[in-house]
Design a protein around this ligand. Sequence first.
Ligand code: NOJ
Length: 761
Amino acid sequence: MILIRRVTLAMLLLLSSCQFLFCQSALNPAIESRIDDLLKRMTVEEKSGQLAQYDGDSAPNLDLVRQGRAGSLFNVFGADRTNAAQRIAVEKSRLKIPLLFGLDVIHGYRTIFPVPIGSASSFDLDLIQQSERVAAKEATAEGVKWVFAPMVDIARDPRWGRIVEGAGEDPYLGSMVAAARVRGFQGSNIADPQSVIACAKHFVAYGGVEGGRDYNTVDISEELLREVYLPPFHAAVEAGTGTIMSGFEDLNGVPATANHHTLTDILRTEWGFNGFVVSDYTSVKELIAHGIARDSSEAVLKAIIAGVDMDMAGGDFGTQLPALAKSGAVPMTVLDEAVRRVLRIKFQAGLFDNPYTDPRRAHDDVLSSANLQVERKMAQESIVLLKNQNNLLPLDPSVKTIAVIGQLADSKADQLGPWAGNGNASDAVTPLEGIKARLPNANILYAKGADILSMEKVYKNPGLYGFVPAPTTATGAAGASTEATPADLQEAITAANKSDVVIMVLGELAQMTGEASSRASLDLPGKQQELLEAIVATGKPVVLVLESGRPLHITWANDHVPAIMQAWFPGVQAGNAIADLLFGDASPSARLTISWPRSIGQIPTYYNHKNTGRPTSETRWHTGYLDESKAPLFPFGYGLTYTNFKYGNLHVETSTINPSETLSVSAEIENTGQRPGTEVVQFYVHDRVANTSRPVRELKGFQRVTLAPGEHKSVEFSVNANDLGSYDPDMKWVVPPGTYDVWVAPNSAEGITGTFEVSAK
Ligand code: NOJ
């Protein structure tokens, strides 16, 4: 009975959502009538098959394709393979419906780009878009038409390994980056043979997992959901993303893959999304483990009623839906609507007319020198300069002897990061290779110094090996891989002592970050901290290049090392881009997209927090810690350049606006240093009084501004007053009247400031 009521409610919502279906993109009547025609001819098994995706092109999977019982294949790439499977679908299956080939193209297909948190640090939307265009061109050349990207989850907790896949902590930046990536992937038309269908994931609030533990529970307010986690998805939908992936997590008691409120009420009814929703990998089946379904039949029922259209890899839609539809538990209208959404994307993507990939394309389109150039620029723009005492950087390229120290300096695979599509480690330029190529006449001494932990051992026994050094045993077996042998360490010290300057490349192995790679400590893994301290003790000038997918615990380094660069994982051109920056052929311009904690106890730390009732006080009775500052080590938006910028003349051109007007603010930015540089000028707003408490600052704009020494420029920001609003306690969007603060700023903790008023009408 309850079920019937829910189903009826779902149908009503579906019907009511139809009025919005035209919001996302106007539907094409010719496509809709071809879908009508197909739906009339499809059996329930064939309909269910369109909603089933299978992993790989094994014989049993290809048999399902032949029977018309598979709509999509995952992890099948290379034109020969995709064409072979496609031939079965369009030549051997009864209705000849083409397959959709999907793949995780997270930061490039073969030309691997910086991990997403790195590319987002560029704040360069055009370049981000261009890099996804490259990824789309390469992926489609090898038969992939659908990418499981962009990952647009906001994340405030660096313990969560998947923070590496997103654009950081800020919903405004996250939205801008999400839209740029969708535009890059999809181009102006998904039927373009060089365009892929995007998939914004993981809907929604997956980044809020408790304790930073992957797949964990998320319990958040509707306000936080709407103000922080939903905006990047909305931006992706507005940019036309063809698909959305539902998340793994339990969201406020209803797992994201069965969450009608988010998947239907918000995504379809409020936003008018008319693409399709795919579950995450086996997340339909996982509704059983979540404890909201007794068996896979009930899991399928809950998922499809909530708004999931395709089951990724689990096989349950394929096996359970026919019976559920025949019994009426899943109304035929619900099944048909899901099939319609999948077919619509296939028609829009031109698959019925052009199902095959020209195998000759790969030769020209994949890993071309033009693609590598885009990657090198993206990598240069992704690396954040955190510290540069006494302008140690850029280094003089005529330096005679350099020590390059650290396992990561000489590791090709790690340059690619954790999720390297069809990337190949042999394509990567390591930091050591990049430095050698830049300085062919210098004496370059390489020493590993210390092994980083073996991931195999960590996976086998995380409790024992964790990321702290394992105890040495009598035989050395347990601790062998984590021990910096005296010989390794000594070799590094000797190299440092012989050199004019030391470049240390330390951090995490790529596999220490990403999915199922949460950490309870942010320390440098293995013996790297000891190595760092030993090398600093030599008294030689040290540049620390960090490679990691998250902020690490580097307070000691920040106190003792003169120059620090956060390189993330820069992709195939890593070594060249790092050398470009180290020797001043390019200038750092990236900014942190997440607040960098001083210690793990501060987490979550994010710039757009609320003020609290006791923000500061002369006495101890204010919010904070007894044993730690509450400020991050580096704030959101922070990053140095090789020059200095002065901010002045803040001018609020519209000192009072009504809710339908536009706010305009300008400021003068001057390069007061000796070298050209690019500043990411940031624009923040704070609403002083509203009916819900507001963050102390919210990013509302940014611009990359390149200035020669002595040059200055007026930078202007215009924002619609409506975009300065917030949700009231009834979740209604309002633009509260009153006084607002504005900042034009180099980061979220500084800037020049002014005020403006919003009038009631
Ligand atoms: C699980 C991940 O959460 C998702 O991001 C990915 O696209 C799928 N696996 C497929 O690999």
